[in-house]
Design a protein around this ligand. Structure first.
Ligand SMILES: Nc1ncnc2c1ncn2[C@@H]1O[C@H](COP(=O)(O)OP(=O)(O)OP(=O)(O)O)[C@@H](O)[C@H]1O
Ligand SMILES: [Mg+2]
Length: 361
């Protein structure tokens, strides 16, 4: 069990943790979410004692690990950390990477460390790579090795800091599936992640961090479907709905594409749907609504429903009544129409941005 009592971490110019309180029971799998800079990494780095808290207590199995005189190596033995950027040793091959700390710290024999290592490599699906060096492996494979290395130390608690966010999107799934497999064991896991569907699928509890602490703590259903507090509501809503504002004649489709990629990753959107969302945004912004841009900015929202797999793209703009069906770009309109399941336009004279194009995917 880990108890956090009035935990505080201050830096010269920032106070990421002002007053953090929580009780984490053995075997709980907890996702930590929240806006950038709210102290998610700082929290798990404090728990692992990679950072020394400036106040409060972290009580691990009854002992305050922040107390003066406490031997932090004892706490570290019970915990393992998986970093965003793997941190494998480049000069050691895969099996050596996994054996080293077992031999040096746990004083296992080489034979035992090797056998444990091979068992874990099998578990993460990479037994055939034992003699390869990290730079001969893909990012997803390196992260799976890093997870195996952490597991080799038999930690009671595993801390993950955005374990898939440095990976190419094609490799996220393989690492998520290894972590999903671990979540079924009895280990306590704290996972900082931006991938909400992943979080929802594996965890029993979610910490939403904001304003110097755990702002809301609840089940995935509470946090994602029925958040109770304002900032949580806003954060969850922003995750569900992507908003792009296009102002000025030169629209940066590549930049918008990156935002759409990120949104699709967070919401687990299949490639086919993602392609259609990109196409709808590009046709609308770069071709069909171009004439409008001279007068008014366009706001595009994308909302995906995980339940029925549909996505809705809405474009809002001001100015005179302008139906993109009459934009003079019949080809683009046809391309869009034939790719999506419905395309409609309405004019709502009372709204701030009275023109609305609605695309269903
Ligand atoms: N070593 C440090 N020295 C000074 N300030 C720091 C240090 N580490 C973190 N901070 C500050 O503490 C705050 C919280 O940082 P932290 O990395 O924990 O945020 P985060 O929630 O993990 O954000 P992200 O989602 O971007 O990873 C930030 O304002 C950051 O600038
Ligand atoms: Mg972080």
């Amino acid at each position: 069990m880990i108890e956090l009592e009035h935990l505080e971490k201050r830096y010269k110019n920032a106070v990421p943790l002002a007053d953090v309180n929580a009780v984490i029971h053995d075997g709980e799998v907890i996702s930590i979410i929240g806006p950038s800079g709210t102290g998610k990494s700082t929290l798990i780095r404090c728990i692992d004692m990679l950072e020394r808290p400036t106040g409060g207590k972290i009580i691990l199995d009854g002992e305050n690990i922040c107390a003066r005189g406490y031997d932090v190596t004892k706490a570290r033995r019970k915990m393992g950390m998986v970093f965003q950027s793997f941190h494998l040793f480049g000069h050691l091959n895969v099996i050596e990477n996994i054996m080293q700390a077992q031999v040096d710290i746990l004083k296992r024999s080489k034979k035992e460390a090797y056998e444990t290592g091979m068992k874990l490599l099998q578990r993460v699906g990479l037994a055939s790579k034992e003699n390869n060096y990290p730079d001969e492996l893909s990012g997803g494979q390196q992260q799976r090795i890093a997870i195996a290395r952490t597991l080799a130390m038999d930690p009671e608690v595993i801390l993950f800091d955005e374990p898939t966010s440095a990976l190419d999107p094609t490799m996220v799934g393989e690492v998520q599936s290894v972590i999903r497999d671990l979540a079924r064991m009895d280990k306590t896991m704290l996972i900082v992640t931006h991938e909400m569907n992943f979080a929802r699928a594996i965890c029993s509890r979610v910490f939403y961090m904001d304003q110097g602490g755990i702002y809301e703590d609840g089940t995935p259903e509470q946090i994602f479907d029925h958040p109770q507090r304002d900032l949580t509501k806003r954060f969850v809503q922003n995750l569900r709905v992507l908003t792009l504002t296009i102002d000025g004649e030169y629209f940066d489709m590549a930049g918008a594409g990156t935002e759409i990629d990120c949104y699709c990753l967070q919401n687990d959107i299949p490639p086919r749907t993602k392609y259609r969302i990109c196409l709808a945004v590009e046709e609308l912004a770069s071709h069909l609504l171009r004439p409008v841009l001279a007068h008014a900015p366009i706001r595009i929202t994308v909302e995906y429903s995980g339940k029925d797999g549909n996505a809705e793209v809405l474009a809002f703009y001001g100015g005179d009544k302008f139906d993109p069906a009459h934009s003079g770009n019949g080809f683009s309109y046809q391309v869009l129409q034939s790719t999506v399941s419905s395309l409609s336009y309405r004019y709502d004279p009372d709204a701030d941005q009275p023109n609305v194009v609605k695309v269903l995917i």
